[in-house]
Design a protein around this ligand. Sequence first.
Ligand code: COA
Length: 160
Amino acid sequence: MNVCIYPGTFDPITNGHIDVLERACRMFERVIVAIAASQEKRPCFSVEERLKLVEEITVANPKVSVTTFSGLLIDFVKQQEANVIIRGLRAVSDFEFEFQMALMNRQLGPEIETILVMTKEGYNYTSSSLVKQVAQYGGDVSKFVPDNIVKALKAKFSQN
Ligand code: COA
């Protein structure tokens, strides 16, 4: 069975990420959303919060499972016995970083392939950081993230 891993920090997941996930589901029998702890990025949501939020969004899709990981992505992919990593490209500017990661991952695990898919037009400028910034200052982010994320952002920023 072709198992695909969709890794990211997902702090928080956006409609752009969901678009990539839907594309992955059309190509693979099973897709594992792998939420990286990414402590170095000082995430706004804890890894447990990010897990819960992504689970709420994907619960109705039997092809998708969600989990967290720390350490090297390639080790996690091997441990899951997956053979593909999928990542989204929003613009040419994403390519350089994705290309470097894909080639490094290929050095570490030559049997694992990275697939880069282009996100739907309209999501090119969506990013987790921008969404957080807009939400922090009370802006409407409902066009960019699902409802549960809108609520979670409101709750997070009303605490601070
Ligand atoms: N739609 C919308 N936004 C997208 C997107 C899409 N399709 N694809 C990427 N983004 C944005 C995110 O919103 C996020 O924005 P931000 O920087 O403003 O927060 C940014 O691009 C990237 O976030 P994300 O997609 O969540 O992934 P990431 O780049 O943080 O994930 C890992 C990187 C986790 C896959 C990588 O660091 C990793 O593998 N870490 C494990 C350690 C390791 O193995 N390192 C060696 C790698 S070779």
